[in-house]
Design a binder for this molecule. Structure first.
Ligand code: RBF
Length: 356
C-alpha cells in the first residue's frame, strides 16, 4: 500500500511538470514552429463625459450618455465615467481642469456650444488631453474634435409646425396669429440659428404670425417657465417652443392645464404629454456620440476637425411617424408638415448655418 501511494505521488509529480510543457507545445504554430501570435490586447481607454448641467431633463445630455454607453459597451478596453458639472457655469472650467489633471482619461467628451472654448483653455495646460465636443463648433485645435448641428433647420421645422398649429382648427388653437418661445438663456447658437430658423418656419406658413419670446435666466426653474407660459397663453398664444432643459416641464404642465400646445426640441417626447406636445424637432445626438466615441476608441477620429451636420446628413429631423403625434395632430396638418420634412431630409430644402 505504502509503495503504491508513493508510486502514485511520483506519477502525479511527473504529470504536473509535464502539463505546462504540453500547454506550451499546444501554443506552437505547427507550420512555422513559432509561438502563435496572441491577439494584441487593446490598451485601456478611459473616457470622462463632462455634463455641463445635470443629465436628467436635458435631452441632449441624456442622449450623450446613452450614445457613449453604447459605444463603450462594444469595446471591452473602454470605460466611461459621467461627471455632472451642475448649473453654476463659472465652475465648469475648474471641474474640467480637475478631470484633465488626473491624466486618467484618454478622452473628455462634453456637449453644448460653450464647451469647446472651455476645453481649448484647459487643453493649453494639458497638451496630451483630447476632447470631443458635440453640439459645439471650434475648428483647427489639434486636441479637439467638434460636431455642430444645423439648428437653423431644426428651428425651421419647429417653426413650420408652430405656424400650422396656430393657423389650424385644432381645439386649443385660437384665431390670433401669436406663437411663443421660452428659452433658458441666450447664446450665439440660439440667437443666430434656432430663433431665426424658428421665425423663418413660422413665416413660411404665414408672414403675419408674431412671436412672443421669453428668457427664463437658467436651465432649471420650472416654476418660472410655468408663469411665463401662463402669461403668454393669457395674451393669446396657443403654441410654445421650449428650449430650457429641466425647466421645460413647467411650461408643459401649464399647457396641459390650459389645453394649449408645446413644441419640443432635441428628443422625441410625445408620450411625455400626449395631446399637449404637438411637435418634436430633434437632433440625433445619441447616434452622433455613438459614432464619434467609437471612432475615438479605435483611433480613427480626426482631432482638429469641426463637422457641421444637417437634416440631409441624418442628424436633424422632425418626428412625424410617432403614433402619439399621428393621434394628436389632424391629418391635414400632418400632410402639410410631412411635405416640408421630406424636402428637408432630402436636401431639397437646405438652410445655411451662419458664422457663430
Ligand atoms: N441644454 C439643456 O437641456 N440643459 C442644460 O442644462 C443646458 N445648459 C446649457 C448651458 C450653456 C452655457 C449653453 C450654451 C447651452 C446649454 N444647453 C442646455 C443647451 C443645449 O446645448 C442646446 O443648445 C439646446 O438643448 C438646443 O439644442
Amino acid at each position: 500500500m505504502k509503495r503504491f501511494s508513493r508510486l502514485m505521488l511520483a506519477a502525479l509529480l511527473v504529470l504536473c511538470m509535464a502539463a505546462p510543457l504540453a500547454l506550451f507545445a499546444g501554443g506552437q504554430n505547427e507550420s512555422a514552429g513559432k509561438p502563435a501570435e496572441q491577439p494584441k490586447k487593446a490598451e485601456p481607454f478611459a473616457i470622462a463625459a463632462f455634463i455641463p448641467g445635470v443629465v436628467a431633463g436635458s435631452p441632449l445630455y441624456e442622449q450623450l450618455v446613452a450614445g457613449a454607453k453604447k459605444a463603450v459597451a462594444e469595446h471591452p478596453n473602454a470605460s466611461l465615467k459621467v461627471v455632472e458639472g451642475g448649473f453654476n457655469q463659472a465652475e465648469w472650467p475648474e471641474k474640467v481642469t480637475s478631470l484633465a489633471a488626473t491624466g486618467e482619461y484618454k478622452l473628455i467628451i462634453s456637449s453644448n456650444p460653450s464647451m469647446p472654448f472651455i476645453c481649448a483653455d484647459v487643453g493649453k495646460k494639458f497638451p496630451n488631453q483630447k476632447f470631443i465636443n458635440v453640439d459645439g463648433y471650434l475648428p483647427g485645435n489639434k486636441q479637439i474634435y467638434t460636431m455642430l448641428y444645423n439648428q437653423v433647420e431644426q428651428g425651421y421645422l419647429a417653426g413650420y409646425m408652430g405656424g400650422l398649429v396656430t393657423t389650424s382648427k385644432m381645439k386649443g388653437a385660437n384665431p390670433d396669429l401669436k406663437v411663443g418661445m421660452i428659452v433658458a438663456q441666450e447664446y450665439p447658437a440660439l440667437t443666430k440659428m434656432m430663433k431665426p430658423g424658428y421665425l423663418k418656419g413660422l413665416h413660411a406658413v404665414n408672414p403675419k404670425i408674431t412671436l412672443d419670446y421669453r428668457v427664463i435666466g437658467n436651465w432649471y426653474d420650472a416654476n418660472k417657465a410655468a408663469d411665463l407660459a401662463n402669461s403668454m397663453f393669457d395674451a393669446g398664444v396657443d403654441v410654445i417652443l421650449v428650449i430650457a432643459g429641466g425647466a421645460n416641464q413647467g411650461a408643459i404642465n401649464a399647457a396641459k392645464e390650459r389645453g394649449k400646445y408645446i413644441l419640443y426640441f432635441d428628443s422625441n417626447v410625445y408620450s411625455m404629454a400626449p395631446g399637449t406636445i404637438v411637435g418634436c424637432s430633434v437632433l440625433y445626438q445619441e447616434k452622433a456620440v455613438y459614432k464619434v466615441v467609437s471612432e475615438a476608441i479605435t483611433g480613427k477620429i480626426k482631432y482638429g476637425n469641426a463637422d457641421v451636420v444637417s437634416a440631409a446628413d441624418g442628424y436633424v429631423d422632425f418626428v412625424d411617424d410617432d403614433p402619439v403625434y399621428i393621434k394628436t395632430v389632424p391629418e391635414d396638418v400632418r400632410a402639410k408638415m410631412s411635405k416640408v420634412v421630406k424636402d428637408m431630409r432630402s436636401g431639397k430644402l437646405a438652410l445655411q448655418v451662419p458664422k457663430l
